[in-house]
Design a protein around this ligand. Structure first.
Ligand code: NOJ
Length: 660
């Protein structure tokens, strides 16, 4: 049931020199203050429980038309209280509560430009955005955003450098003052008092993605620039039509990791769903003709090892049917893989019978997940979007994985960074066009998610992560065990991730030395710890058949949830999540650890009264990701909400449990 209370509060407190105004979070723990300095500079600060968290920090933007960082006068301030509960189409929980206080500061610049700054204070964080309403100025060229976060101490932060291709890097932790490289957004900050901050943006639309850098002791925004015709950065960052609201600058301020992971500020800052009939949007688990290419057992292009043949796809689809997996992805079904440049999205290779396979899909009740790799040629893709999606729709395909393998993509505006303004526009166009054809999108090489899936819930999942595939071919041997224990608190905080869990065979005969740094149980744990409403089951059918009793967990685990919670965790060490399957009474619990073995205690207090059947898949004694990755046990017993499980995870290990 939706409940909306919108209260306009006319009275706003001005104190001191008449230029300071504050809003509190609904529980009064956080306060966000705004002031105009003597030279008309706009600044804000944030305190929690009366203690400063963010000192006076700059606001505004430099535009070619006006330096909107100073010479402001105050025209007025409004504030309002908002309380609302909305229902997700899919998600980590069914219902999301949005309770916040909002304050809009109306400013006039010496040039006459009128700019509003809208602040929102939540119990678990705050956000602000700039908004330009209808006025004489019709267009602004943003050269830089002055927005900054002046944290009161030199906290440690987890980040990846901003030039990391496709965000596919290993996250590192260091004091903010040591972060000499500009960083990608988001970053996760471990504050000196043991609390956490997550700094990101929400509702990115027709604007470049933010990056973050440390300068003069403050964390500052660096907007992704436009590139010139030689692919060199221009001073211009964004061309904005007025009226225009910028994306939200947001910070989750959480007392512990549980609260951080449970924060829904980012989704709340995005507009409500724009798709009227969402009945065609369905979370799914999918297998794929995919891992075979990454371990070089198959090829994308036609040839003796071609993966996406009719016969191979039929084999995968029949396997999926037998094991309750909803869908199968096929990469390399279409022409163009010889040069990764000139892809067709409507012409299959001649060993792929689309009509036969789409009929088979219908007969079996197994979906086909289409694949549109663009090689970074977004402009060409955009020019055939309608045709491509109509083709997929005609063949009963309701989900497409898109790809942009090229560090700089070719947009309708020439060569541009994918996270620049032009790239951001392209991805939005893809989502909106796909919605017209009832197609869900799994976006690889994306711009970092910012909560767009609330408005367009056909944007199911995205990559933007150093995913499983690196464990197949990375010359550094594969991601260290720690990597997966960092992601739930960093990248995945920004939105669902197509990491592609579920490898069941770790040795890689093609690239000796490269392997998945995990035990089999760690792979199971990922299905609960990593949230994605299109969740890949990434390995080959024959590998799953070698461990059928472990595969049973993957068959059973859903990817859409009624409720979700972090049971326990430490960034870069381990995590345990518990989730209640949507529309069921069944809980799923998963844990993963880094290179250290550890024992975790999981109280079952989340269960209702009564007796449940627990099945636990756990690392066996002596299991170890390097020496005995396949050693596990499957045990069953009865439990109640008074029980606490004690589970040992091996080095690089993990566990999974169903509680029904
Ligand atoms: C990179 C993607 O991340 C991967 O999943 C895909 O298989 C290849 N590109 C080919 O599109």
């Amino acid at each position: 049931m939706k409940r909306i209370i919108l209260l306009l509060i006319a009275a706003v407190l001005f104190v001191g020199c008449g230029k300071l105004t504050t809003i509190q979070s609904p529980d009064n723990s956080l306060s966000v203050s705004f002031r105009l300095a003597d030279d008309g500079r706009a600044e804000y600060s944030v305190a929690r429980d009366g203690a400063p968290v963010i000192d006076w920090s700059a606001l505004g933007m430099q535009c070619a038309e006006a330096d909107l960082t100073r010479e402001f006068t105050l025209r007025g301030v409004d504030s309002r209280f908002n309380q609302q509960t909305w229902e997700t189409v899919w998600g980590e929980e069914r219902e999301i509560n949005d309770t916040h206080n909002e304050m809009t500061v109306h400013l006039r610049h010496s040039t006459g430009v009128e700019m509003d700054i809208i602040f929102r204070a939540f119990d678990d964080g705050f956000a602000f955005r700039y908004s330009f309403s209808e006025q004489e100025t019709k267009r602004l060229t943003v050269l830089d955003e002055a927005s900054e976060y002046r944290f009161v101490a030199d906290h440690e932060a987890w980040s990846i450098p901003w030039r990391t291709e496709y965000y596919e890097g290993l996250w590192t932790k260091a004091p903010l003052s040591d972060k000499t490289d500009t960083m990608c957004s988001p970053i996760t900050i471990e504050m000196q008092d043991g609390t956490y901050a997550f700094v990101h943006e929400a509702a990115l639309r027709n604007y470049p993605a933010q990056n973050l850098h440390v300068q003069d002791g403050a964390l500052r925004i660096y907007l992704t620039p436009w590139l010139d015709d030689k692919a060199q950065p221009l001073p211009d960052k964004a061309y904005i039509p007025v009226p225009f609201p910028t994306p939200w600058r947001m910070v989750i301020l959480a007392r512990d990791l549980r609260q951080m992971v449970a924060s829904r500020i980012m989704l709340n800052l995005n507009p409500p769903c724009r798709i009227e009939d969402t009945s065609w949007i369905k979370p799914m688990k999918f297998m794929g003709i995919w891992w075979g290419m990454h371990i070089k057992a198959m090829t994308w292009e036609q040839g003796p090892k071609h993966g996406a043949t009719t016969a191979n796809m039929e084999r995968y689809m029949r396997f999926a049917k037998e094991h309750g997996i909803d869908a199968v992805l096929a990469e390399g079904w279409n022409k163009g893989w010889e040069d990764w440049q000139h892809f067709s999205f409507t012409e299959p290779y001649d060993d792929w019978d689309m009509d036969y396979l789409s009929n088979l899909a219908q007969e079996l009740g197994v979906e086909i997940v289409g694949h549109n790799e663009t090689g970074g040629n977004a402009a060409d893709y955009e020019s055939v979007l309608d045709e491509a999606y109509a083709y997929h729709q005609q063949h009963g395909i309701h989900a497409i994985k898109t790809g942009y393998v090229s560090p700089i993509i070719r947009t309708v505006d020439g060569l541009q960074w994918n996270k620049g303004q032009s790239g951001v526009r392209h991805y939005r166009k893809v989502i909106e066009t796909a919605a017209k054809y009832h197609i869900m999108i799994d976006n690889h090489e994306p711009v970092m998610p910012t909560g767009l899936q609330r408005t367009w819930p056909n944007l199911m999942t995205q990559e933007g992560v150093r995913g499983q595939e690196w464990n197949a071919w990375s010359t550094d041997g594969g991601s260290p065990c720690e990597h997966v224990t960092v992601l739930p608190f960093t990248r995945i905080m920004a939105g669902p991730v197509d990491y592609t869990p579920g490898v069941f065979k770790f040795e890689n005969p093609v690239i000796p030395g490269t392997r998945v740094h995990s035990t089999l149980m760690n792979q199971l744990g990922l299905f609960v710890c990593f949230y994605s409403p299109l969740q890949m089951v990434c390995d080959l059918p024959e590998h799953y058949m070698e461990h059928q009793d472990a595969f049973r967990f993957i068959e059973e685990v859903p990817c859409d949830w009624e409720r979700s919670m972090l049971v326990e965790g430490k960034i870069g060490d381990f995590c345990v999540f518990a989730r209640l399957g949507r529309g069921t009474d069944n809980w799923y619990i998963g844990g993963i650890t880094d290179e250290e073995a550890r024992e975790v205690r999981v109280p079952l207090s989340m269960l209702d009264e009564g007796e449940y059947s627990l099945t636990l898949w756990a690392d066996d004694e002596g299991a170890d990701w390097q020496t005995r990755p396949y050693a596990y046990t499957v045990t069953e017993r009865k439990v109640t909400n008074a029980d606490t499980l004690t589970i040992r995870m091996a080095a690089g290990g993990g566990f999974a449990a169903t509680v029904k």
